[in-house]
Design a protein around this ligand. Sequence first.
Ligand code: FAD
Ligand code: NAP
Length: 512
Amino acid sequence: MAALCRVRHRWKRTNCIQLLTRNLTGTFDYDLVVIGGGSGGLACSKEAAQLGQKVAVLDYVEPSVKGTKWGIGGTCVNVGCIPKKLMHQAALLGTALKDAQKYGWQITGPISHDWSTMAEAVQNHVRSLNWGHRVQLQDKEVKYLNVKGSLLDEHTVKGLTRTGKEIMLTAKNIVIATGGRPKYPTHIPGAVEHGITSDDIFWLKESPGKTLVVGASYVALECAGFLTGIGLETTVMVRSIPLRGFDQQMAGLVTDYMEAYGTKFSWRSVPKSVDKLSSGVLQVTWTEEQTGKDQRDTFDSVLWAVGRAPETKTLGLEKVGVKLNKESGKILVAADESTSVPNIYAFGDIGEGRPELTPTAIKAGKLLARRLAGQTNELMNYDNVATTVFTPLEYGCVGLSEEEAESRHGKDSIEVYHAFYKPLEFTVAERDASQCYIKVVCKRGGDQRILGLHFTGPNAGEVTQGFAMGFQCGATLTHLKETVGIHPTCAEELTKVNVSKRSGLDATVTGC
Ligand code: FAD
Ligand code: NAP
């Protein structure tokens, strides 16, 4: 105990001397200390170092409730976009294998999927990305510290190693990019003990088996989509609507397609409890809102995809005066990513009102680094960010949903053009294309400025990315129609939309 007190005393003394020196001389260990080495934090720190700043980045992963751990790179690399897209690809290949037979491929014997082969390959790729990040930081002379950061004041960060050792870093500016972690519905008995989240699913060594996915947004539908696609019996439990915030007609097409391809949906249902039976299976009880009746079924795994909570609790923000949104727990930020405390900035998933997407975090991080280095005044433009939901039938969009356009501009002031099209690759494979749909929401009159663009179909991300640039440049329906399509593609159907919803005409595309 006495030894501990002596260490603490010595630490405090060093601390005080360091702070005193800093205050007297105005010199810091670093120009910039970034807490959080995810998509945003890494982009910010590397950009700053390239601009000649002395930079340190702190990244520390608290294991998930189930004990899952991973390396540097944050959510996207380890437990988000990357493993998700690869498992989505695994599922798409399963569908392609079925199509392949119609195209003449002779596939003898039953086709089956092996989880461990997929998981190992995906995990190896993720580990290679972790390694790549470390190498890049070294090359760019960013000091990487695997410590948990918290704030002592507007220029000082305390880092805590896994073994409990404390280090101190002073910096002219501090950036917080600590992202978020999946929430657990702690009020549901058995939820924490028996459930997993997206922090675990990509790192499972064995197949999750028959799975209940609770939630109906991006994470839930994407995970349920690839689980179904690789042949696992999967149910999605939806308490209200799917893909809240997205165009609801499009969301309906996404879930219709999933249902048609085997995902079960338990609509308007709320989970009540999870019990582990002696056989090891999980018995879930839920209430159906319409009937008020309780239902029961057993599953091998329960995946909670009920949203994410910001990683702010252990950052010491209140002590330093960094203001949070009390409801969301996220950090209140201005357009230049500054917080309520000078010299402290925050962005990415941790920033209040920011899209929870990797490209926005990366771009915002780079711009912040450039501003802090005095290279530019340019602010991040968070408007009109395109996104794609990687469900079995992908859904890409940019701009307003039909509902949002109606409420902002009035039903009579918008014109909605639409088309049901059949991807050429679906024809020979005899696949149903009922949910392949395009919707272009325009301002009514004149050149008909495009307010929102929506696309369900193969490669929706690739299709939407290109059109997003036109949208960013203020594209109108006239521009769209003046664009010559690339034949034969699904994207070309966007350049050909000419049936308005108001006309009531059949929107099915026939012929070329
Ligand atoms: P993060 O990437 O979460 O990084 C934060 C880092 O800070 C983490 O490494 C964390 O461990 C670390 N950290 C936290 N606290 C501390 C501390 N005190 N000290 C040190 N380090 C700390 N976005 C897309 O654009 N496309 C997609 O397809 C997509 N798919 C997704 C799929 C899933 C399942 C999930 C969960 C998310 C997905 N996202 C996707 C969202 C995307 O992953 C996030 O928006 C993005 O990672 C946010 O970046 P960030 O830098 O703000 O935070
Ligand atoms: P989310 O968008 O916050 O959605 C949470 C979902 O869980 C909603 O469907 C919600 O239903 C439901 N829910 C919440 N509490 C519940 C409860 N107690 N019981 C049952 N259902 C409950 O969260 P998310 O899906 O985790 O996504 C987080 C963010 O990650 C997204 O905003 C997105 O930006 C990012 N992301 C992006 C991609 C991509 O770009 N492709 C992919 C994945 C994630 P209600 O609607 O009824 O509230």
